[in-house]
Design a protein around this ligand. Structure first.
Ligand SMILES: [Zn+2]
Ligand SMILES: [Zn+2]
Length: 911
């Protein structure tokens, strides 16, 4: 090799090689898999061809070549922790592949692999190794075909062919479906690449654990369809699916010892170096941040080009996490200003010719990266500081693992993704409870309504509001504590409109139709917490102006700041005008009933099920309450009714609620129930229910009724499971409960009227009707099988003669599989030598049974094969023993046509 080929040239050589051999170039599909909800990101070349293999899609070509964009951030193939810390792991990568859809097979595929590697790319033949499939369980045939093709390649060293079992060399898409053996090509980079030389037990080998042998290409031969764990059938058409790790091949062809040293990465690394001002030696001494930034910049550039921008959930979370993780590694290199756009520009320059979507979306890519970095900068220092405090605390306590709730809290309030928290903890020799993080996230989602986005989480506009509130405090318009929050007593006094915010910008005035956030010195609106939803209502002029804002939500964007979110319904208002807040009182009353009822329900669950039935999540809304709690099994009907009765008992006792504020420790000592996942200040609000004996004692910031009698009535509407060991109850109270009871009574009245019964009589009467109906159904069955038997007896006399044997191939309308089997037995009783195939259309589907007498089995007939062959015509399949077999299908209209094939089978197979 004189001049080393560039990465772009290598990619093109691969594609051209296969175009020359009749392949169609197919552009990479998006990183977001189309119509596949099970997959977060495209993670292999075959994702866009899956439907072709499954037979549900067809393409205008039978040979294809592509370079597919892939992303893997977790799972068995990649661990984010390794990215940047070694030479070969990436989040984003390209996979080269050539494909045959029922066209060429092993001989062409392996021969071309050998030719491309040794002739076009000039790799030394004695460095190439091949693995082929040999089943360790001896159940699936050994792929001797692939082995022989390898041995016939000119110059291939026969010692370099090795058999491997199912784990390495048998490919399956899923538990069932297309599958087959594969043949991997490995490249020996030489003993100097072994990174396990210090280990005396280590031996360098294929599929081993050192860096000497690199798997570069896998040829998958799809020749089977898996029906079950033990059943494989040969496919009519065989396919080839290959995958080559592009970054690895480029590293080999450019003769470098790391993917990051190829021209796929070096321009990115150099751009980072220009920003840091490091010398080459300084860069090499601190390489990990360089690699992480280069990898993540490449990945996020491609992600945003495919429409995945930074955000809070799912794919968007991954994009956000990668940008923030890169930014955090930037801090290690003293990069404190946004830099990702600079690196992304290099990615666009280097990859944009082949992937034009990068150039098309350049502005969006650079914009989104910079904006996300700025958002992160606002909270990162506070986040990192807080994290180092809690890690310090953890170490002092001798702990090793940071709790998932704390990690989640860092993300929810300070925008630190779990992955960054874990990076930092690991640098400190600690770890993070990832599953705890996930369940804290789940609790949050339950509390705020499953599936909801995290809204403003991530602290994006924290700074705007923090600045604003400082200004207002300085001018004396807000007290030291910020906005006064008192949702417990109606506040009648007017307050000045301190700020109006539209789309994160402070404005002077708003008018009809605009969506706005309003900041006032005090509010009586409740803000969603402890499961209780925010209040709604309106803000109106205190001076008789005609403007009005309908308030639909509340939020607390920064410490001391509470804003009302709503829409201007009429008029125009300016900052400085006087306003009155008016909570929707009717809605609030429904919420209060449901909240107090939630406390009573919690207490009743403890009484009926035991103390383990603790709260795991809660929603208190105007229309219903939802309560999740720990309990290992479904509640019995008796338990549900007992809980419901206890709550209603408490309602009818009309207990007064005692609400007090006291120090947290005092309340805990008194046995108040503190809830998991809730944050409590030094002084807490306690809610006590019960007179002589305390029924319920909880720490709670919610709004409640004055006396339990205000709840009116409590009815449980649902009990079910939401996760292992967690149950959910839904219930209604007050007016809603009355409506529900009234509706049910109306329904019962209608039924009684129709049946001419009273409530006491209706059930026995329905049971009687149902029993009669069952008896009638049975009788119809009997009559039908008598009819079928009658029809059959007639047909039994009229067999056809095929090659000298009696054959009965006939349709018995409406017979089920049992009566078909009975008929087949009758046939065998009557004919000691013969063949019967009985078809029926039952419940719209074709059924078939085939019977072959023993003497004819000896002459080559097989009931299983026979029924399988003829069932194809009705779109089905089947099988069974040589003497008796059955089949089903899809198209009953073709039964007669299928039965015509019986004589064809007999003529072909009879010996
Ligand atoms: Zn080794
Ligand atoms: Zn509460």
């Amino acid at each position: 090799m004189s001049k080393k080929p560039s990465g772009a040239e290598i990619r093109q050589q691969y594609i051209d090689f296969f175009i020359d051999r009749g392949h169609t170039f197919v552009p990479s599909s998006s990183l977001v898999p189309g119509g596949d909800a099970t997959l977060l990101f495209t993670n292999a070349g075959m994702v866009q061809f899956k439907d072709v293999f499954l037979g549900t899609d067809q393409r205008p070509y039978t040979r294809a070549v592509n370079s597919q964009k892939c992303l893997r951030v977790s799972g068995k193939h990649n661990d984010l922790d390794q990215v940047g810390r070694d030479n070969t792991h990436h989040t984003f990568f390209e996979m080269l592949g050539n494909w045959s859809f029922g066209d060429y097979y092993k001989k062409e595929a392996l021969t071309w692999s050998w030719q491309l590697l040794t002739e076009v790319w000039g790799l030394p033949k004695d460095r190439i190794w091949a693995a082929y499939f040999k089943d360790e369980h001896d159940e699936i045939p050994e792929d001797t075909e692939a082995a022989e093709i390898w041995l016939s390649q000119p110059g291939f060293n026969s010692d370099h062919l090795l058999p491997f079992g199912r784990k390495d060399n048998f490919w399956e898409m899923a538990d069932t479906g297309p599958c087959g053996p594969d043949s991997e090509i490995h490249y020996d980079r030489g003993p100097e690449f072994c990174d396990k030389k210090d280990d005396p037990d280590h031996v360098c080998r294929i599929n081993g654990d050192c860096e000497r042998f690199v798997e570069i290409w896998n040829n998958v031969f799809i020749q089977y369809n898996r029906l079950s764990p033990t059943e494989l059938i040969l496919l009519e058409k065989t396919h080839v699916d290959t995958g080559m790790g592009f970054d690895r091949v480029v590293a080999i062809l450019q003769d470098v010892d790391s993917n990051y040293k190829t021209d796929l990465f070096m321009p990115l690394i150099h751009r980072i170096q220009k920003l840091t001002g490091h010398s080459d030696a300084e860069r090499e001494a601190d390489l990990t941040p360089y690699r992480v930034i280069a990898d993540h910049a490449r990945a996020t550039t491609f992600l945003i080009a495919d429409g995945v921008v930074p955000g809070n959930l799912g794919r968007n979370y991954v994009c956000r996490m990668l940008v923030r993780r890169a930014a955090r590694f930037g801090l290690k290199l003293d990069l404190h200003n946004p830099f990702m756009a600079d690196i992304a520009q290099v990615v666009i320059d280097e990859y944009g010719d082949f992937y034009p979507e990068l150039k098309r979306n350049a502005v969006t890519i650079l914009d989104n990266l910079t904006r996300e970095e700025i958002r992160f900068q606002k909270t990162v220092n506070a986040g990192l500081e807080h994290l180092s405090e809690i890690l310090e605390e953890l170490k002092q306590q001798g702990g090793k693992v940071l709790s998932g709730e704390k990690a989640f809290d860092l993300y929810a309030t300070l925008g630190l993704p779990l992955e960054i928290t874990r990076d930092i903890a690991q640098e400190d020799g600690l770890d993070v409870d990832t599953s705890g993080f996930n369940s804290a996230m789940e609790v949050h989602r339950l509390a705020s309504g499953a599936g909801q986005d995290f809204g403003e989480m991530g602290g994006e506009d924290v700074q705007i509001f923090a600045d604003l509130v400082e200004e207002l405090k300085a001018s004396g318009k807000l007290g030291a504590e910020g906005v006064t929050y008192n949702p417990y007593q109606a506040v009648e006094e007017p307050g000045e409109v301190l700020a109006l915010i539209v789309d994160g910008q402070i404005v002077d005035a708003v008018s009809t139709g605009e969506t706005v956030e309003v900041l006032l010195p005090h509010t009586g609106f409740y803000i969603e917490s402890g499961g209780q939803v925010s209040d709604t209502g309106q803000i109106v002029s205190a001076n008789g102006s005609d403007w009005k804002i309908a308030i639909s939500d509340m939020r607390k964007p920064a410490a001391g700041v509470i804003v009302h979110k709503g829409k201007v319904v009429t008029g125009q208002l300016r900052t400085g005008e006087m306003a009155l807040v008016e909570v929707d009182e009717e809605r609030r009353r429904h919420i209060r009933r449901n909240h107090t009822a939630t406390h009573l329900l919690h207490a009743a669950l403890h009484q009926v099920l035991g103390d383990h039935a603790r709260q795991a999540g809660s929603l208190v809304a105007p229309e219903k309450l939802r309560f999740d709690f720990n309990h290992p099994e479904p509640m019995t009907q008796a338990e549900i009714l007992a809980v419901e009765a206890k709550v209603n008992e408490a309602i009818l006792s009309n207990y007064e609620l005692h609400i007090k504020e006291k120090p947290l420790q005092e309340a805990i000592n008194e046995g108040a129930m503190a809830l998991f996942g809730e944050k409590y200040g030094a002084v807490v609000r306690t809610i006590t229910i019960g007179e002589e004996e305390t029924l319920s004692y909880e720490l709670c910031g919610g709004t409640h009724v004055d006396e339990t009698g205000d709840i009116g009535m409590f009815l449980i509407t649902y009990e079910g499971s939401i996760a292992a060991g967690v149950r959910r109850i839904e219930a209604v109270t007050g007016w809603r409960a009355y409506q529900l009871a009234r509706d049910r009574m109306n329904t019962l009245d209608e039924i009684n009227q129709f049946m001419g019964t009273t409530s006491g009589e209706v059930f026995p009467k329905i049971k009687l009707i149902s029993d009669n109906f069952d008896a009638a159904k049975k009788e119809i069955e009997q009559l039908r099988s008598q009819l079928v038997a009658g029809a059959f007896n007639e047909k039994l006399e009229n067999t056809k003669d095929v090659e000298g044997i009696p054959v009965l191939a006939t349709i018995l309308p409406n017979a089920d599989i049992d009566s078909l089997r009975e008929m087949a037995d009758k046939f065998r009783q009557k004919y000691t030598s013969g063949v019967a195939v009985l078809g029926s259309s039952h419940a719209g589907k074709p059924l078939m049974i085939a019977a072959v007498t023993d003497d004819l089995v000896k002459r080559g007939l097989h009931a299983g094969n026979l029924v399988k062959q003829v069932a194809r015509i009705v779109g089905g399949g089947g099988g069974g023993r040589p003497t008796l077999a059955q089949a089903g299908g899809k198209d009953a209209t073709k039964l007669a046509e299928a039965l015509d094939q019986v004589s064809v089978y007999i003529r072909e197979n009879l010996k």
